[in-house]
Design a protein around this ligand. Sequence first.
Ligand code: ATP
Length: 238
Amino acid sequence: MPAALLEVKNLSAGYGPTRVIEDVSFSVPAGSRLALLGRNGMGKTSLLATLAGQTRRYGGQIRLAGVDIADEPSAARALAGLGYVPQTRDVFPTLTVEENLFVGLKGRPKDAISEAYEMFPRLKERRRNLGSQLSGGEQQMLSTARSILGQPTVLLLDEPLEGLAPVICEELMAAFSKLAQSGEMTILLVEQRIQSALDFADNVIILERGRIAWQGSPQVLAADHDVVERLLGVGGLH
Ligand SMILES: Nc1ncnc2c1ncn2[C@@H]1O[C@H](COP(=O)(O)OP(=O)(O)OP(=O)(O)O)[C@@H](O)[C@H]1O
């Protein structure tokens, strides 16, 4: 059994006085792929934001490669190896694609951005375009690529497929799978497209009202119609 790269213990967090993450504990081995699922408003985004240091934490631990980062600010967590691609995609609209990528280098040499172009050749074609001129899919690629240039060991992806055409979703999921298969990156994926998430993941956590309501393999989940209907609010998977 590989050592856990990310260990979360009794984590509670929220916004101001409002608690939305309650006593969450899980661990993720190096190189694995975890899907975080749940109906709207159950805390998926808040859990990723808490891991990234962007909510108020009330208690609990977040250990990355054995080091507790829970008291560190977001920037220090990023330097420690936590990459976060938020739902908002975080593209700088007035910078070009290339300038956006430079922001992600974190001191690495400029020619490292060829890694981003290799992963998403479309970004190379668009490198002189402004962030504001990109399609939703291209913005997602840019936001993901910028995060990856920082060489994270754990990548947090919040609903990367939201609002994208099926062909772009396939392109992105293929890129994420390639990253995970390299064995160098552990990926936590929040996604409403349940089937895509299950095809990708090797483990699933379902959140309900900020707590872990179910945890297991995608295969076991897909066969459990009661859990799928009760906790995900969909009639079935195919
Ligand atoms: N900035 C905020 N301030 C206060 N409450 C918030 C804030 N962001 C989210 N919440 C609340 O936290 C709870 C969890 O929301 P969150 O967005 O994490 O859920 P989610 O599972 O990601 O939902 P969705 O699938 O709709 O994105 C909700 O009750 C939401 O209203």
